[in-house]
Design a binder for this molecule. Structure first.
Ligand SMILES: Cc1cc2nc3c(=O)[nH]c(=O)nc-3n(C[C@H](O)[C@H](O)[C@H](O)COP(=O)(O)O)c2cc1C
Ligand code: SF4
Length: 405
């Protein structure tokens, strides 16, 4: 098994102790970054091939470059720590176990794009992650890693924390901005994209916790090192959240060349030696794959070939004892509940999807229900404002297909 990178310090250091973090290489990347020109950092992140780990798989360096080029001040760095995708719990492990790494990475980003202020938007249900991050920010400030003239340079940067209030949609980047701004957390129309007009209408880089966790490693070890890990189209280490009917559910780090079968084996295999009925990849916004797809590579391209997105890296194993109808109904209810109601295709579509599935499940389906669902899915994909509505039918559709429906 490979030596862990992102999980390297987890459970090995005291996450409340700055000296522990420093002893394990902490803040070396920031020191190095401050000796380089900001453009060089952006070039390194671009050359690393790192793509966002929050679900949308957007190239991180391109995002940073977009914000860096804006001739506007102030600019912002935002860490998306809302971790609202069902079945996803990797960011929690990083925030609770290695919080200084997030502070260091955001500070490097601030230097690279010319921002002096960062926000971390933490899932409300993660009180320990919030406490650990708040402590790390305070300690870093005391030690001169945050605040005015960081480490004696002419660069100043500071971080504030915000807590979410339990809405799935607030993980969507523009809804998250609205929430930080004190408004109702609803997505904005895009464009403009955050790099141009993000938080408070200013150029903003928003990245997922795990995306940020890769940054100090790239700055310290270089983009070539990063590219040497995993397949060419999906470089770098990846955290997978394996849950459901496995013997050892948890967060596993692996290059994206790992197959789904190997990942499930790492998680101790299927519980009670049962047969796999389906695996939900990418969370509720993802898709189900069948037992015939176990040899798929867990990369963006590999999963695309079996019709599933890597998404947030969630892998939920459903064994042959589970009632797939119940699983699909839960997902449908989740989307109907979490739709923010800003646009009709999603507000109405998620409700109708849930109703139609309930009556199909009860044997009271009406003629044309299957076609009605297809019509709903097409409309939600085409006309919803944000990814919530666009993906609300994906797991249901793939699940019904596996059930022969
Ligand atoms: C409904 C919805 C929920 C989302 N939830 C999260 C989340 O909890 N965490 C996250 O990092 N990204 C989430 N995203 C993706 C963000 O909008 C955005 O793409 C991400 O923060 C960008 O960071 P990255 O480039 O580092 O992946 C969500 C998107 C949608 C549509
Ligand atoms: S797609 Fe759904 S969650 Fe997104 S803006 Fe429209 S109603 Fe809100």
């Amino acid at each position: 098994m490979e030596t862990p990178i992102l999980l390297h310090r987890i459970s090995r250091i005291d996450p409340t102790c700055l000296a522990d973090y420093e002893a394990e290489g902490g803040f070396k990347a920031l020191r190095r970054a401050l000796m380089l020109r900001p453009e060089r950092i952006v070039e390194m992140v671009k050359a690393s091939g790192l793509v966002g780990r929050g679900g949308a798989a957007f190239p991180t360096g391109v995002k940073w470059e977009g914000a860096a080029r804006q001739p506007v001040a102030p600019k912002y760095v935002v860490c998306n720590a809302d971790e609202s995708e069902p079945g996803t719990f990797k960011d929690r492990v990083l925030m609770e176990g290695d919080p200084f790494a997030i502070v260091e990475a955001m500070t490097i980003c601030g230097y690279a794009i010319g921002a002096e202020k960062g926000y971390i938007y933490v899932r409300g249900e993660y009180p320990l992650a919030y406490t650990r991050l708040a402590h790390a920010v305070e300690e870093a400030r005391k030690a001169g890693y945050l605040g005015a003239s960081i480490l004696g340079s002419d660069f100043s940067f500071d971080i504030e924390l915000r807590r979410g209030a339990g809405a799935y949609v607030c993980g969507e980047e523009t809804a998250l901005f609205e929430s930080i701004e004190g408004k109702r957390g609803q997505p904005r129309q895009k464009p403009p994209f955050p790099t141009e007009a993000g938080l408070f209408g200013k150029p903003t880089v928003i990245n997922n916790v795990e995306t940020f966790a890769n940054i100090p490693w790239i700055v310290r070890n270089g983009p070539e090192w990063f590219r040497s890990i995993g397949p060419a189209g999906a470089p770098g280490p990846k955290l997978f959240c394996v849950s459901g009917a496995v013997n050892r559910p948890g967060v596993y780090e692996a290059p994206m060349s790992i197959t789904l079968r190997e990942l499930i084996e790492r998680a101790g295999g299927v519980k009670d030696g049962r047969r796999i009925q389906a695996v939900l990849v990418g969370g509720a916004a993802g898709a189900f794959v069948g037992p015939d797809a176990l040899d798929v590579e867990m990369s963006f391209e590999g999963l695309r070939q079996v019709g599933a997105p890597l998404g947030s890296g969630a892998v939920m194993v459903i064994d042959d004892r589970a009632d797939m109808w119940e699983v699909l109904l839960r997902i449908a209810r989740f989307f109907a509940h979490e739709s923010c109601g800003k646009c009709y295709p999603c507000q109405l579509g998620t409700q109708r999807q849930w109703e139609i599935l309930q009556r199909m499940r009860q044997g009271q389906g009406q003629p044309g229900d299957r076609a009605r669902l297809e019509d709903l899915w097409a409309t939600m994909i085409d006309a919803s404002i944000c990814g919530l509505g666009q993906t609300a039918g994906s797991a249901i559709r793939s699940g019904l297909a596996l059930m022969g429906g």
